[in-house]
Design a protein around this ligand. Sequence first.
Ligand SMILES: Nc1ncnc2c1ncn2[C@@H]1O[C@H](COP(=O)(O)OP(=O)(O)O)[C@@H](O)[C@H]1O
Ligand SMILES: [Mg+2]
Length: 454
Amino acid sequence: MEKDRYAVIWTQINGDPVKMANIISTGREFRFSYTQDYLNTGSTTGVSIFSSPDIFEDKPIVHTASEAMPLYPRLMSLIPGQGKKNIQRRIYNNILAKYDTPPAPGFDTEWALLMMAGRNGIGHIDIFETDFEAQQWYEEKQKPLLQSDESELRSTIWQFLKEDLSMALPEDIDLVNLLGPTPSVGGMIPKILATIPDLPNWNGDFERPGLQHIDGHKSVEVIIKIEYPEYAGLTQLEALGLEANKKSGVITPRYWLANIDDLPMIAIERFDRTQKGTPIPIESFFSAMASATTDVTGATDTDMERVGRMLAAIGKVAKFDVKTSQKSVYQRFLLAILTGNGDMHLENLSFIGGNDGLSVSPMYDPAPMRAWSRHNLLSAIPFEIEGSLRDSIIRLGKSFGLNKKIATELLHQCAESTDNFQEQVLSETNVPHETQKRLVSVISDVRKKLGVVG
Ligand SMILES: Nc1ncnc2c1ncn2[C@@H]1O[C@H](COP(=O)(O)OP(=O)(O)O)[C@@H](O)[C@H]1O
Ligand SMILES: [Mg+2]
């Protein structure tokens, strides 16, 4: 029989650490309830948008466990992803393998990973096995991991990452201790959370997350995404995607491109931390939808019409400007279609803020993935196509509260602000010619079908 497992959730959402909830995971269900301490803070922000302490108070929130989703969806996002390029999973698996009795593959391992990695990640939720462990962890002083003269060591780390993570860990470097229990981030592209000097250009120096200064410079919290040969040109194309969104008026984070030891990377400023480093809640559309319904179990497991309706439902549980948000998501969708980013799925859209002030997060992951044939989909999330693509897309606006006139106007605005996107793709020196050609042909085809300029 499955054993019961216990853990605790803490958060630093208000600056100081406070215990938020107790967790019990049985084979069949996952449940948690808010602590009196947390309820006393009066916060309406909880583990997830749909589990506000305001609504549940001290009653348990119960999630029926399934193989795909053994834990509450918001907690699933704290476990390092399954992809073979996931740096965090590889590092943690190395630690687990050294245990006297390593956990069995399957849920035992996932739980062990959550206990090690489920803190200091994206958003405001920290998971620990015990309160004692939590208190110790928050008390630990944040020290630099690398000394300023250790640029060679930094290089070696990039080298290790460059070797496709398939090479054995270098004997003389304890990467496990060096990168520490690195906070995990989901997604497909290998990445780490770090701080870099807040300067116009980035030379590859990085430190652990949470560190306020690097070698005397003010630091900035970033996600560093690393480009691998099978996606040659991806970091440059992602930057183009960010620029296209920015030009259209979508809020985008700052970013830095660098090529360090022949390894192209992009560092993107995190929007889930304040200037002082206090965590800001963030939850993906997937997590929000999956915690409210049982039939959404994957990031493309819905349709765009339903996404529009879900945004309206959020307005009932949080302080959330439904109209502005619906328009913004529809606009991002148009931009995704127009720039060959077929990859706008439920993990690439998030809510940010607490239930007392929630909005759609700044843009992230807008890479034009249709440049690679295996990702060449018009839209990762389907929508009704009946008649022409143009009519169908304008009709979709209705699910986002936009009438035909406004949806058409938005389409033309987005088309205009991306009318030089194809030229930009062709002028990127690090994108292979084949990739450029494929992307440009996909985009020009879609723009023709939409009857827009460019
Ligand atoms: N600038 C950012 N600030 C905070 N969180 C972010 C930011 N960019 C991405 N994330 C989080 O990290 C996850 C992975 O990043 P993403 O760019 O989507 O990588 P991938 O290309 O691997 O899907 C996202 O799903 C999101 O939760
Ligand atoms: Mg992503």
